[in-house]
Write a protein that binds this ligand. Structure first.
Ligand code: NAD
Length: 430
């Protein structure tokens, strides 16, 4: 099938590569010229395991191409996926101007029937506006369908998630659109949920909000654990073994981040409010998440007393392991808070150093965990990279100025750490 993906970001590029891998003819369009120029030379603009290999293979097999020429891409493709960003406006609402701009252009360029698919995460009723925009900008009497096919992939396991999804959600309104999708997704053998466009849009917002709720829920439990001397890791294990609850997204820590949860939650709260519903539950989820970041600062202060002039070794900058994505990462607020209090920062991340250099100023970026520890008053884990789980603590002991570990992701065993002579401070456990 001839497919066009608009937006060569974390979602668009993975989608383009995977559809090509499945045997389709894919053209991936972006208005960022340097990005497209780089992709033409196989330079992948972000870290995603195995993506480079898949892109290179499919470009070589002539199933995948990159361009800035939207007109040509729309002309050649039957199905057009919109995967551009939907960043938050200052007031928290999703900024849909790129979606509208792209819809206007598709309308002008399409020579005949096209299936236009929302892949980006958008507030409910965006599909209605996309359809309206196409209708008012279309030239002549051409048929088209608009559909919603939200993406659930996670950065760091994007290829695996795309190829083996738990479910495929399709919001559509015509048999023609349904037949195209069924053909397109046939190789994936995943359960397909077909519904109307608004319900599909809501499934995505509801999914992300529910996952964020689980994280804030366990963080709230962690706060109680700290007050009574219980262990949140054990509480989570006991909770998660109940199949009605499940053990995923029950790790207490310094809060969720990334390009999805914070902005999607905020956008959902906003659209709910616009429709006359005060989504108090999600407001509390957001507030608990904000407080977790402040909690880390308090824990560091509790262990080191005054922060002014102290050297803090930060392990992990990306919002989660497996990615170099720093968007809305808890590390941003935490490091800024430490700097405001006069602390000096040394930091290491296995993938996010380049992005880190663009965001953080006045930081000493280190080669590895050990250079980060050298002369630091404490080590603070902000991202649960596997590399950090297996470090040589005997070596670390010789490098740290004070033997303090603040484990913002609960990756170490408190008893073992104490036995080794560290002052260990986790989340919801002692
Ligand atoms: P991104 O910022 O990584 O990529 C967006 C891309 O769109 C950029 O390359 C940008 O240059 C391009 N773009 C913007 N306007 C354009 C235009 N007018 N024409 C052509 N290209 C344009 O964003 P992302 O992380 O891929 O997210 C895209 C959407 O998918 C968002 O709505 C996001 O919420 C959603 N989503 C993201 C993830 C994730 O894990 N990142 C998962 C599921 C859904």
């Amino acid at each position: 099938m001839d497919i066009c993906i608009i937006g060569a970001g974390h979602v668009g590029l993975v989608t383009a590569a995977c559809f090509a891998e499945l045997g389709n003819q894919v053209v991936c369009v972006d208005n960022n010229r340097p990005k497209i120029a780089g992709l033409k030379k196989s330079i992948i603009p972000f870290y995603e395991p195995q993506l480079k290999e898949m892109v290179v293979r499919n470009v070589k097999e002539k199933r995948l191409a990159f361009t800035t020429n939207l007109k040509e891409a729309v002309r050649k493709s039957l199905v057009i996926f919109i995967a551009v960003g939907t960043p938050p406006r200052e007031n928290g609402e999703a900024d849909l101007t790129d979606i509208e701009g792209v819809a206007q252009k598709i309308a002008r360029y399409m020579p005949s029937y096209r299936l236009i698919v929302e892949k980006s995460t958008v507030p409910v009723e965006t599909g209605k506006w996309v359809e309206h925009t196409i209708r008012v900008n279309i030239r002549g009497k051409k048929k088209f369908d608009v559909a919603s096919n939200p993406e659930f992939l996670r950065e760091g396991s994007g290829l695996e998630d795309f190829m083996h999804p738990d479910r495929i959600v399709l919001g559509l309104e015509s048999k023609r659109a349904k037949d195209i999708f069924v053909e397109l997704y046939k190789p994936l053998k995943a359960p397909i949920i077909i519904t109307d466009i608004k319900s599909a849009e809501l499934i995505k917002h509801a999914s992300n909000s529910f996952l964020a709720t689980k994280i804030s829920f366990i963080n709230a439990i962690a706060n109680i654990c700290e007050r009574v001397g219980a262990d949140v890791a054990k509480v989570a294990e006991g909770l998660g073994k109940d199949r009605r609850i499940g053990d995923k997204f029950l790790n207490a820590g310094c809060g969720y981040g990334g390009f999805c949860f914070p902005k999607d939650l905020e956008a959902f709260i906003r659209i709910a409010g616009k429709k006359g519903y005060d989504f108090r539950l999600l407001k509390a989820v957001k507030q608990i998440n904000e407080e977790q970041k402040g909690l880390i600062l308090k824990k560091i202060e509790g262990a080191l007393w005054n922060l002014k002039g102290k050297s803090i070794g930060i392990l992990g900058l990306s919002f989660k392991p497996g990615t170099d994505d720093l968007r809305f990462a808890p590390s941003i607020d935490i490091i800024k808070g430490l700097q405001l209090n006069g602390a000096k920062i040394r930091a290491f991340d296995p993938q996010a150093m380049q992005g880190g250099r663009e965001i953080f100023k006045g930081i000493k970026f280190c080669r590895d965990v050990y250079e980060t520890a050298r002369g630091s008053d404490c080590l603070v884990v902000l991202t649960e990279w596997n590399e950090f789980k297996e470090i040589d603590f005997k070596r670390i002991k010789k490098l740290l100025k004070q033997l303090v570990i603040i484990d913002g992701r609960n990756i170490y065993d408190p008893a073992k750490m104490k036995k080794m002579g560290f002052r260990y401070v986790g989340i919801g456990r002692s």
